[in-house]
Design a protein around this ligand. Structure first.
Ligand code: GDP
Length: 697
């Protein structure tokens, strides 16, 4: 008997996790009653603990789906809120507080909510039961309560007291039953009194004879009958119960039993019209009624489950081609495909690619150095114009001519080469390579299913960054040591010179193209070629001292605004830079620059050759130290990351993608429904076994 109810309650809980559907559930016992009718006291007497929200104002605003699980053989008593994941709560005052908080979280304006709170209580002292506690009916709203409160509570209760649920209608003995809101509500939906249990509380407050009469009420006869109770913790023992720990059932039952025993004229089982009284009798009745009601509903529920399962299976087949999926498998697949992508990348990104990246960076450094030491006119060039200042600059043709005999030229080239070598090549080459790897990982992330999972993108990018950061420290220091010899002397062979010469020719051409592009955009911003030519001519004249800058009202000079003059300077600068670049290109291509012997004539070629040597050292080293180690470590760190994620995180990760979320939901629903059906089968077998072993007759 007990096992059957337990199993059915389990099935009911399982169905709850599947989702709200009226037909997809098993009946429960719904507890209704007016405020102060003693509803909480009855439930607490059954559970054995004070755990329901108390307060002068109405505090039950959401239904509480209470599942009682008998844990015979164990002493532990605790509660669980399955939806909150708070774990086992052994302190019942804590349960009371949580319930109060959950109820108070319903906005005042909404009055009540039909979203149930699920609470399970495990104890050796409770029967296996499933009860739904609803907000108590009120007669009139208190002055600080919303006016629609009464109606809303009624509507909520109305929804729950529908068939096939059993109604536990609580009324107080000291109030005329004809006025009991609970019984009136029940009568509306169960006019023949077939699924209502009448509970009459506070029997101690009425004369026993009158009490017995109430319990045999003929006005609204109930097939399941009335039960009279006294659910009050006797005042004298109340202090013995330190809040929330000791079980109060026994004290209540003892007090109650003593009361009914002291009035045998009305409550003796041997009396002419025996009545049912006492909390133990109520418990028994509840268990019995719940079991038979659930059993009766099984066939219908099973049909509804089959129907839902057919729908879920159809969706699974049509939408998802019956592809199995779980959050775990999805993560594993995503990781696998990412790792494959990464593997492919490692095959395409090696020493040669590192070389190109580093060389590109060093080429730019070489151009900057050349510009600063050889090609540039005074840096004043780029300063914004100030008409009040002296404005005489060296013209371009005054740049010093190359003079290989002059020791100053030797110093100049050595200084350049030195600063290139000392530029912090270790850090520079390592950081551009690490950045390239980081970018590649970002790109790969966007190409895989991870793209729609910000959580994973963030975690994987971070893992990648951390590994690269760690590897970079060592690599950059060690690389710095490797290039150290070049700080003292750099020998360039003929072959190396030739490569350098070809490469710098390309670089200069590229730089020239960039200057052209930039000059064009400056020209456009000035307002065309003609205007640009005019303002440049004015600046050239000023530079040669042929005219002076005389400020006008707008701060400009020569009929040009300050802004225009500044743009004009940029245009002049770019024109000069292009002239120099052309000149240097010619020089590099000239015969003089065909051999390393003439390196002082051709600083460009020499510096390029130095950059090339640095690059070769760097790419070899980075390939061995940074790439290989990163390619080894990263997939392993990913693997570990995936393995260490807890279940809820994996679930959250997978559900980030709405498509996957829908797929997972269908799979989960289908699995749960199949599981419930299996449970129902085993329930049927259990039922058959019990029937066979029940004594005949
Ligand atoms: P609820 O508002 O319906 O949940 O009612 P409560 O369970 O909070 O009870 C309201 C009041 O009635 C409380 O003060 C209880 O102590 C008291 N009460 C409950 N049951 C009994 C009973 O059987 N006898 C007596 N004398 N008082 C009771």
């Amino acid at each position: 008997m007990m096992m059957l109810t337990r199993k059915m309650i389990e099935i009911r809980s399982l169905l709850q996790t599947i989702g709200q559907s009226d037909s997809l559930t098993l009946p429960s016992i719904v507890v209704v009653g007016s405020q102060s009718s003693g509803k909480s006291s009855v439930l607490e007497a059954i559970v054995g603990h004070e755990f329901l929200p108390k307060g002068s104002n109405m505090v039950t605003r959401r239904p509480i789906e209470l599942t009682l699980v008998n844990t015979a053989g164990s002493h532990a008593e605790y509660g669980e809120f399955p939806a909150l994941g708070l774990g086992k709560i052994t302190d019942f005052t804590q349960i009371q507080k949580t319930l109060t908080d959950l109820n108070l979280a319903v906005p005042e304006a909404d009055c009540v909510s039909d979203d149930p709170i699920q609470l399970r209580i495990y104890s050796p002292n409770v029967p296996d039961l499933s009860l739904i506690d609803l907000p108590g009916y009120i007669q009139v709203e208190a002055f600080d309560q919303p006016t629609e409160l009464k109606g809303k509570i009624q509507d909520l209760c109305e929804k729950y007291i529908q068939a096939p649920n059993v109604i536990l209608a609580i009324s107080a003995a000291d109030v005329d039953l004809a006025n009991s809101t609970a019984l009136r509500a029940s009568r509306r939906v169960d006019p023949r009194g077939e699924r209502t249990i009448g509970v009459v509380t506070k029997m101690d407050l009425v004369d026993p004879v009158r009490g017995a009469q109430i319990l045999t009420d003929k006005n609204y006869p109930l097939r399941l009958g009335y039960v009279g109770v006294v659910c009050k913790i006797p005042q004298e023992t109340r202090s013995m119960f330190s809040r929330g720990s000791a079980n109060i059932s026994r004290a209540i039952t003892k007090h109650e039993a003593a009361y009914f025993k002291s009035h045998p004229e009305a409550y003796s089982p041997e009396s002419n019209t025996p009545v049912t009284v006492g909390t133990p009798a109520l418990r028994k009745k509840l268990m019995h009624v719940l079991e038979s009601t659930m059993s009766a509903a099984l066939a219908n529920t099973s049909e509804a489950i089959h129907h839902e399962l057919a729908e879920a299976s159809y969706e699974f087949k049509v939408q998802y081609n019956e592809r199995p999926l779980s959050a775990d498998s999805y993560l594993a697949e995503s990781l696998d495909s990412f790792k494959h992508g990464f593997k492919r990348f490692t095959e395409t990104f090696g020493r040669e690619e590192v070389r190109n990246i580093v060389k590109r960076e060093l080429d730019q450094k070489v151009l900057d150095l050349l510009a600063a030491k050889y090609w540039n006119r005074p840096i004043e060039y780029l300063k914004p114009i100030d008409p009040a200042s002296e404005f005489v600059e060296e013209p371009l043709d005054s740049l010093p001519k190359a003079d290989p005999e002059n020791p100053l030229w030797h110093l100049k080239l050595d200084a350049c080469s030195n600063s290139l070598v000392k530029t912090g090549i270790g850090r520079l080459a390592t950081s551009v390579t690490a950045q390239a790897l980081q970018n590649a990982v970002q790109g790969l992330l966007q190409d895989t299913t991870f793209a729609s999972h910000p959580f994973a993108v963030q975690a994987i990018s971070q893992a990648c960054e951390n590994i690269l950061k760690d590897l970079s420290y060592e690599t950059s220091d060690e690389l710095e040591i490797c290039v150290k010899p070049y700080k003292y002397r750099v020998n360039v062979s003929d072959a190396e010179w030739k490569v350098g010469r070809d490469n710098i020719t390309e670089s200069l051409k590229q730089e020239l193209e960039n200057c052209d592009k930039f000059a064009k955009s400056v020209e456009d911003s000035i307002g065309g070629r003609r205007r640009t030519r005019d303002v440049m001519a004015f600046i050239d004249r000023v530079r040669k001292g042929e005219t002076v800058l005389e400020g006008n009202a707008t701060g400009g000079a020569g009929g040009f605004s300050t802004e225009l003059l500044n743009k004009g300077r940029e245009a002049v600068f770019l024109r000069d830079r292009r002239d120099i670049l052309r000149m240097r290109l010619m020089a590099v291509k000239s015969k003089q620059c065909s051999s390393p012997k003439n390196k002082y004539y051709c600083p460009e070629v020499f510096l390029d050759a130095v950059a090339e040597k640095l690059t070769s050292t760097a790419d070899l080293f980075l390939d061995a130290e940074l790439l290989s180690k990163f390619y080894y470590q990263f997939p392993r760190v990913l693997e570990k990351w995936g393995r260490e994620l807890d279940e809820s995180t994996v679930e959250r990760f997978a559900r980030e993608d709405p498509k996957i979320r829908r797929h997972l939901d269908v799979v989960k629903r289908k699995n749960l429904l199949e599981h419930v059906l299996k449970e129902m089968d085993s329930l049927r077998q259990l039922e058959a076994r019990e029937k066979r072993s029940a004594p005949r007759g």
